[in-house]
Design a binder for this molecule. Structure first.
Ligand code: ASP
Ligand code: MG
Length: 422
């Protein structure tokens, strides 16, 4: 059997009926046995489901919201299918289940588990519609529930993969099917050992594609996006962007680490370990080359700009006329670790430690609370972190025009600045 190919289509590529038809045309001459197609929830549906949960937890009425979600999907189906198609009954069924699940009791204690169960419907519904439409168009795919093969622990909302078990299920359940049919499945969702639904973290469908590719010894992964490939900057913010024809795994991983959102940060590592190439291609221009991320990409020195918003700069100053020592850094890092906060930039001086973290609900308060007795703490919110890989120093000053810089740092390969509009 030829090596398995994995295709991943995100929310934007299935956001309405036109998008689903476009996806179908992409697959028309590419679909084959031994292919797994991973789809996300349609458009911004995951956000809409999250909204329902936040209404429910504060005892507010969410009936209008859930009706909207149902209408949205039924409208898309009306535009895709004849009136008497079985997809309508299948959707009725899924929405019946969703509404039943929403009636259960939600508390702070079961919130994360409840969350996973509810938001997974976005993917379940979307994958049903896409699979049915492909079959309706004569492109036969098997709809499979990803929860049968993606095994995780019970860290709801941020579940960790059980790689060995996942591989075993992929090989024993899906591999034989793939000899005769392509499989269409959901990104983002899995199940724990009690068969409860889990999710892998927001935007986790890229990661699903990577997990499946290593578990099925795939030949490649293709992520279909609304951009021509991986660019050296976000075209919505910076003019004159360049597309990379090829990129090394390390370079791509570094870009996602600093905040490039084109690929989910967890995607690269499993692919790099298994040596599976990743293609990023445009669903608007499927014949174009896109970007190939692989081991043997030529080294380049094109400046690459990554911007991370909603950043907080926190400075910890020792109060007792001593200097910063290892123990101070250790104490701070221990608290960061227990709050699961990652440091995006760090600078030390004789008497202070400054670090940049993502703004996350309640986490700053907790951090300050834990450390306020040992340090004098100051912070600034609402900042952005600019990272430039392969910087050209003459271009940096242009990038910084109109900004007040609070902290900056440069090595030969990386320039970083925390800043705000002045
Ligand atoms: N639908 C999920 C989300 O929006 C997963 C994904 O899109 O990758 O976070
Ligand atoms: Mg999405």
């Amino acid at each position: 059997m030829a090596k398995t190919l994995i295709y991943k289509f995100g929310g934007a590529s299935v956001k309405d009926s036109t998008a689903v038809r476009n996806l179908t045309e992409i697959l028309r001459n590419r679909l084959r046995n031994s292919m797994v197609i991973v789809v996300s929830a349609m458009g911004k549906i995951t956000n809409s489901l999250e909204e329902i949960l936040s209404l429910k937890i504060s005892n507010k009425d969410f009936s209008e919201n859930s009706a909207k979600i149902k209408d949205f999907h039924f409208q898309i189906c009306k535009e895709l299918f004849p009136e008497n198609h079985t997809v309508f009954a299948q959707l009725d069924n899924l929405f019946f289940q969703l509404n039943k699940d929403l009636e259960r009791t939600l508390t702070r204690e079961n919130y994360d588990e409840f969350y996973d169960r509810i938001v997974s419907f976005g993917e379940l519904i979307s994958s049903k519609i896409v699979a049915e439409f492909l079959c309706h168009q004569g492109l036969i795919v098997l709809w499979q529930d990803a929860r049968e093969v993606i095994h995780t622990n019970s860290d709801f909302r941020f579940a960790k993969i059980d790689w060995a078990k996942t591989r075993k299920s992929c090989q024993s359940i899906w591999k034989p099917m793939l000899e005769n049919f392509p499989i269409l499945t959901q990104g983002f969702i899995g199940s724990d050992d009690k068969k409860r639904t889990t999710t892998l973290g927001r935007e986790g469908s890229d990661f699903t594609a990577a997990i499946l590719s290593t578990s099925l010894d795939a030949g490649s992964v293709t992520i279909w996006k609304d951009v021509p490939g991986v660019l050296n900057a976000d075209p919505k913010i910076f003019p004159n962007t360049k597309k990379f024809e090829e990129l090394g795994y390390r370079e791509a991983a570094e870009m996602t680490y600093f905040g490039a959102s084109v690929i989910h940060p967890k995607t690269i590592k499993p692919l790099a370990n298994a040596g599976i190439p990743l293609f990023v291609k445009s669903f608007l221009d499927p014949e174009a080359s896109g970007t190939k991320i692989h081991e043997n990409a030529p080294v380049h020195s094109i400046p690459t700009i990554v911007l991370k918003r909603d950043q907080i700069l926190v400075s910890f100053k020792v109060t007792d006329f001593t200097f910063i020592e290892e123990q101070h850094i250790h104490t701070i890092y221990e608290q960061l670790k227990s709050l699961k906060l990652r440091v995006n930039m760090l600078q030390l001086s004789a008497i202070s430690v400054s670090l940049v973290i993502d703004s996350q609900l309640f986490k700053l308060e907790n951090l300050l609370d834990k450390l306020k007795d040992q340090f004098e703490i100051r912070y600034n919110e609402g900042l952005e972190l600019l990272t430039v890989l392969h910087p050209r120093m003459d271009e940096i000053s242009t990038l910084q025009e109109g900004y007040e810089v609070l902290l900056e740092q440069a090595t030969r390969n990386t320039f970083q600045a925390v800043r705000r509009k002045s």
